[in-house]
Design a protein around this ligand. Structure first.
Ligand code: BGC
Length: 736
């Protein structure tokens, strides 16, 4: 029956195609252009506007919850895309409605597949800690495979917003504070989601968001205004967006916020000049949830008609959730306020992506129940999730080599409700099947250990609970493992916090446990950098485990017992005090450079040093770095190479992220004291030495000037190589 329905719908879709059009998604662009031109000739203005409208179905990620009856509108060709509809059965239902429309243009199904689909992967910030671009790409590929099997065509990811502000709740969704690294991660994620060919039914469209500068809201409050010089934007925030466009991202999302007094959703500098004209972006731009309507809240548009006019004129192609386009665009075009060519350009961009996905060939090609059953939650996905989760963990402290734990450990005192919470393990903004999550508690039991569990601390009431019982269980154990941190819901959208310190009570509990004299391992579970100075001082071993997804438990226990030697590095500086925020390692010298005292850029009451610097992370082995060597190069486009010998001086094999930082000594604008400009993750056997060589090209030496022009200036540079942004050996170079 289903098959007959499918064939009928397919036939109907074919009949609606212009004569002679080719329907093959992998055909060259000129065939696509011909196909779309023919199709557009048949479209009424209303049908064109329909393609620019995206509506949610029972999915709410914003305040405007207008629920309209979707199927009739879809069948009238008035909706081009849905968000939040997933699963083959559901997407098929709505695609059926689209196939009843005059031109049978398939719907595009989009959703926030942020870190894995049903199989939950680590938070994007956690994955960024892996500094392993292959692993990050694999994670996106797995998410795409599962999402596509569930009928989805498009994810609103990756979020590539750079942030120096750990108060901002959305840091969990990005790659941290560094633009160079953020650019590499953005490209890896786009590649993972989109693969080589969008017509492959294991891939989906990606969406670079939130363009631009959304990660720099004033005072860390989500949605707040963003104001910065254009060269600051270009040097510190723009690189990941640009890299995403260059990697071929099919779509971009505008930010809720404004940038330099113009809301990003109606910002023609960002959307038209930079993205579409300068970078040659050929995909389409979607608004954020309701952000066209919110132009009125910004007091940038007087009414919904004005909002539609300003957004479409600026280059915003598809409106999400609000209906300013649906209600006003036809009239605006008829009155000559919006040129038809602007609407046509937006429609064409959207239809092209539908074509590339192969939807005109078969609108149901992502609707395959058998594939859905096989792919989603498969063992392959779970193995990949565990692989990435292990690599996302960062070892922050390991006094007396408490870790890895010995195989003789049999009895564990496990403290902290977070260790047992399937929901929290998945992290915020997750699509994961919570029930299928293996928590730390589950994983310890699965290893055959005797686990004496206590909550230790009441997260809701913010107080220690049953202390004497918790301490008694600790005293009787071989090792105490404490899960400490924030609930998953403390980060994400609308989750900015004015205080990111772990409560004194939680920290006091750890201190009490340490006093028992038993080995105590602290697992820091969080979605952002947090502050925990007392624990940092007093606990002998600390692992930052973030939120790691469906395979969190096994990944953590594999690291605890040394089956995987931790190799993660922090992608954001961890502040020592709230007052240091925004905090970044690539600050400027200033006229009174940062120092411990005197007339310097500093605080009188707190240190300027972070608790843990960007790029920091230990291993169960140790690595020794030689002095770096710089050599002039004769290769075209390469000025020099910097090389360093790295030796594994410990007794275990391990991985190290070798990091290159560059300082431009004197430039025509003020430049940071150092910037990451290269990294390589290497794996060394005990005693093994590897030479790591970094090419020095325009990418390492250049910057955007105050006119947003990229320049490489002659003069002196310092190259620094080491294991984190503080622990570096340097050499110098003159570009003549
Ligand atoms: C978020 C976006 C998201 C959208 C759709 C918004 O609230 O800012 O990142 O893609 O909702 O769910």
């Amino acid at each position: 029956m289903r098959k007959i329905a499918f064939l009928t719908a397919l036939l109907a879709a074919m009949v609606a195609q212009p004569v002679g059009a080719t329907l093959n998604a992998s055909k060259p662009d000129n065939e696509m252009n011909r196909f779309i031109s023919n199709l557009m000739k048949q479209m009424t203005l209303e049908e064109k506007i329909g393609q620019l409208c995206q509506m949610p179905d029972g999915y709410i990620t914003g305040p405007d919850n207008t629920q309209v009856s979707l199927a009739p509108l879809i069948s009238e060709g008035k909706i081009g895309s849905l968000l939040g509809v997933c699963g083959v059965a559901e997407t098929r239902k709505f695609q059926d409605a689209a196939m009843k429309s005059q031109l049978k243009i398939p719907l595009l199904f989009g959703m926030d597949v942020i870190h894995g689909y049903t199989t939950g992967f680590p938070l994007p910030l956690a994955e960024a800690a892996s500094f392993d671009l292959d692993a990050i790409e694999m994670s996106a590929r797995c998410a795409a495979r599962e999402a596509a099997a569930a009928g989805l065509h498009w994810t609103f990811a990756p979020m590539v917003d750079i942030s120096w502000d750990a108060r901002w709740g959305r840091v969990m969704e990005g790659a941290g504070e560094d633009p160079y690294y953020g650019a590499k991660v953005a490209a890896a994620r786009v590649k993972g989601f989109q693969g080589e060919n969008l017509a492959d039914t294991a891939t989906i469209l990606s969406c670079i968001k939130h363009f631009g500068g959304y990660g720099a809201p004033m005072a860390g409050k989500d949605y707040n205004s963003v104001d910065m010089s254009l060269s600051h934007f270009a040097n510190f925030y723009m690189p990941p967006y640009k890299a995403g466009a260059e990697a071929g991202a099919a779509t971009f999302m505008s930010a809720f916020s404004d940038l330099n007094n113009v809301p990003c959703t109606a910002n023609s500098f960002l959307l038209r000049d930079l993205l579409k004209n300068q970078w040659g972006f050929e995909g389409f731009v979607v608004s954020d949830w309701g952000s066209v309507g919110e132009l009125m809240n910004h007091r940038y548009a007087s009414d919904s008609r004005d909002a539609a006019l300003k957004a479409i004129s600026a280059g915003l192609d598809m409106e999400m959730a609000t209906q300013c386009y649906a209600d006003n665009l036809a009239e605006l075009v008829k009155e000559g306020k919006v040129p038809m060519k602007i609407v046509d350009d937006a429609v064409r961009r959207i239809l092209e992506q539908k074509y590339r996905l192969g939807l005109f060939e078969d609108p149901y090609r992502y609707c395959n129940e058998e594939r859905e059953r096989e792919v989603i939650g498969s063992q392959k996905s779970r193995d990949e999730a565990r692989y990435v989760a292990e690599r996302s963990i960062v070892l922050l402290k390991n006094d007396h080599n408490i870790l890895p734990l010995s195989p003789d450990v049999k009895k564990v005192a496990l403290v902290g409700a977070l260790s047992k919470s399937k929901r929290d393990m998945c992290g915020s903004w997750t699509c994961a099947d919570v029930d299928q999550t293996v928590t730390l508690y589950d994983a310890l039991i699965n290893r055959g250990l005797t686990v004496d569990y206590s909550d230790g601390y009441d997260m809701e009431q913010n107080r220690i609970s049953n202390l004497s019982q918790t301490l008694a269980s600790a005293r009787e154990s071989d090792v105490v493992i404490v899960a400490m941190g924030e609930r998953a819901s403390y980060t994400g959208e609308m989750a900015s916090r004015g205080d990111i310190a772990i409560s004194d009570e939680q920290q006091r509990l750890v201190a009490e446990l340490v006093k028992t004299g038993k080995p105590v391992v602290v697992l820091l579970m969080c979605g952002r950098p947090v502050i925990f100075n007392q624990v940092k001082e007093e606990a002998p071993a600390i692992l930052c485990t973030w939120w790691l997804g469906s395979e969190a438990g096994p990944a953590i226990t594999n690291v605890l017992w040394g089956e995987y030697n931790p190799s993660g590095k922090l992608p954001m500086s961890f502040p020592a005090h709230n007052g240091q925020i925004p905090l970044n390692y690539q600050y400027k010298s200033t006229g009174r450079p940062t120092a411990n005292g005197g007339w310097s850029t500093r605080y009188r009451d707190i240190t300027t040093e972070p608790a843990y610097p960007f790029g920091y992370g230990l291993s169960y082995t140790t690595f020794d770095y030689s002095d770096p060597k710089v050599e002039a190069s004769t290769k075209p486009g390469e000025y020099a190479t910097v090389s360093v010998e790295v030796t594994n001086t410990g007794k275990r094999k391990g991985e190290e992220v070798v990091q290159l930082y560059v300082r431009d000594e004197v430039a025509s604008i003020t430049r940071p004291i150092k910037e990451l400009k290269g990294f390589e993750k290497i794996r060394l056997e005990p005693g093994e030495t590897r030479i790591v060589t970094f090419p020095i090209t325009d990418e390492q030496l250049g910057f955007y000037d105050n006119d947003m022009k990229y320049r490489v200036e002659k003069g002196d540079f310092t190259f620094m190589v080491g294991s984190d942004s503080k622990n570096l050996k340097s050499t110098s170079f003159t570009l003549k």
